[in-house]
Design a protein around this ligand. Sequence first.
Ligand SMILES: [Fe+2]
Length: 328
Amino acid sequence: MSDLTPSESLAKNGFAGPFPRFASEETLDQIAAFYSDILETAPTHPMYKRYSLRDWHLVNDQVRELLTAPELVRTLQDTLGADSLLLWRTKLFEKFPGDGAIDWHQEYGYFDGEEVGGHRPALFPMNPAGEWDWTLWLALTDVSEDDGVMEFIKGSQRTTYPKRMVQLNESGAFVDPRNRVRSKEELLAKAANNSLVLDIDTRRVFEGIDTDKYSLEELFEIFDTFCAGLLAVVTEPFEVDPADTRTVPMKKGEYVIFTERCMHRSRASLPTAKTRLAVNARYALGETWVYPQRATADTFDGSNLDISQHKVVPVFGTSLNPNNTYLA
Ligand SMILES: [Fe+2]
């Protein structure tokens, strides 16, 4: 840790922490086991009616209690200087041995799903000149330099980096499923239940194809063609001085807080590394209107999830946007 306070570090570097573990190891292990089970069995999310790694805090009390714990709330209050805060999204970030990087990206705070080709803002700020959203990234397993560590470019939140549209499978957020699929049966099952590529509806990829006639690699080529037909946003390549970046290895239960405007990535995992799990939570100013899309008849968000059942969790403060649907 530097000698800056967390709020100074957030303002200067774009991230703060790592902060010490506040939950018991037992609680963290139970939550990690809960998420491991989701990865293994790919259940239907009760709110979204399809497979998703998002927003299990609305289903699992233990996950929600972790992300609204009093110790964490105190850190958020001290670090963000917000008078009111809500929790609107969580997501599991898993990295299996041999998984590639999620490449450098930044997000100015509308969360419209552009990384997977979406363009529907998830947040509507009351004061777009300021900041309205922050991310927490909490390690559920120890994270070393070798198994998908987070990395930030210090101070990059003040620069908007150029982006361009590419084919989905060239996007920095794309994780090639070849590393995770061992058989044709597994590929077809994962495509059918949308657990092949996060946030992409893959149910029709192999429709009308006599899959018996193709090898696993040939089926992957069909899948590649499908992905090539989808567009996503990627940051243009840029030079970065290694002295300006910082990786954040963490022990289980430690966490960082950052603005998504700060350029960040998670590095690849070595084939010999262990599986690393982290939960990410997004907190917005209480005044923020979450999912304005819900006011229309089309309630799908930028990541292709039907958010009509979504609920916002108040974290602290009272100035909460009345347009949001809150968890009772
Ligand atoms: Fe990110």
